[in-house]
Design a protein around this ligand. Sequence first.
Ligand code: FES
Ligand SMILES: [Fe+2]
Length: 434
Amino acid sequence: MLSEEKNRRLTQVGPGTEMGDYLRRYWHPIAGESEFDDKTIRPIRILGEDLVLFKDLSGNYGLVDRQCPHRNADMSYGYVEQTGIRCSYHGWQFGADGQCLHQPYEQACDPTARMCKSTRIKAYRVQVKAGMLWAYMGPEPVPELPDWELFNFPNGFAQAVFAELPCNWFQCQENSIDPVHFEWTHNNWTIRQGGDTGPYVPSHLKLAFDEFEYGFTYRRLREGEDENNVMWTTGRVTLWPNGFYLGHHFEWRVPIDDHNTLSVLWVLSRVPTEQEPYRQEKIPSWYGPIRDPQTGRWITSHVANQDFVVWVGQGTITDRTREKLGQSDKGVVMMRRRFFEELDAMRENPQHVPKGTILDPELNKNVFLPSACRDEMLNGLPREALAEHPLLGPYLKDFFGQAGQPDDVRAAYEEAVGQKMQGAKLFVVHGSRK
Ligand code: FES
Ligand SMILES: [Fe+2]
């Protein structure tokens, strides 16, 4: 249970709020690179700020204020130039660094362009990595955009999958340190959705949470498993500050504002060794629906959608004055405490280096994270063994990650793995590792 004030401290993300300023010290994935195959500009809201993301005619990306500094026209209706973006009202042009480059009529009147030189639009850094566009909205020093090793694994088919959720980011991130939910939200609920009333999967008996440089690991032991099980020896990673790493995919919960979250899944599917060498030309990205248009209810058939249902169900900003925490919530409590420590440290010392940020480019090469399926992802498995693998096998049947995969992405994936998807509707789990 938390006081209202502490709850606000964790959940408010706008500029000038403690958590908002803290999260601005990290790079966040905000869009798919492939979105700009057929457009040059889109409006976007991140951390409570209305912005415009663009790709200029030279192929450079920019992220600037939605409102023009001249007389506030909407820059998402502007147009890109060889360098930067131009407002469609009076033609002021801005580079990706925010500097005004052209004020057509003002410069006709004053060729020294003094006013132009002194005009800026709010602008944030953008980088491309792993088929996604990442933004940094904080002050100097700018940390490295982490080069997690999974981004560099060969012979994989990656896709970036987005969804906009009508709830606060922090309850989504609490799910990244909540092992028991797998049993009920994914495993058993899926069995029930499949029409069976049982048997349910083995129960959780023991949990462990440990902090490390880039977040926490959590480990679980279920009925029938011994301490050599990879979910006990290695477990999974709660990636600081708003991610989750499961060895074959990442998830990020990027705040749109206090009441909405951009869910980002980045999934790498290892192709069977028979398909090697496989080199992906381009990483696709797509947005999935969260509501079933037939019933108006949330979609529940895919893993991420099951998570979305529980997160949005907790209330737009869940009321943490009304919760009853138990042993299963130890990780949640540790993570909240760690955030409060970080916010306190920032308050006391603005030079505090936020947890897990990488400042030295030399240290940002193929950064290792613990993974329960690292060998299989790196070295691959023959088709038959891959199909049998408890974590990776289901993805040979269908894309169970999130509902709504477009046909062209599916077709590219089928070509990569060298087989047709079966069109399975539900990820029914009988093993105990997922
Ligand atoms: S409002 Fe943008 S140029 Fe005038
Ligand atoms: Fe989940």
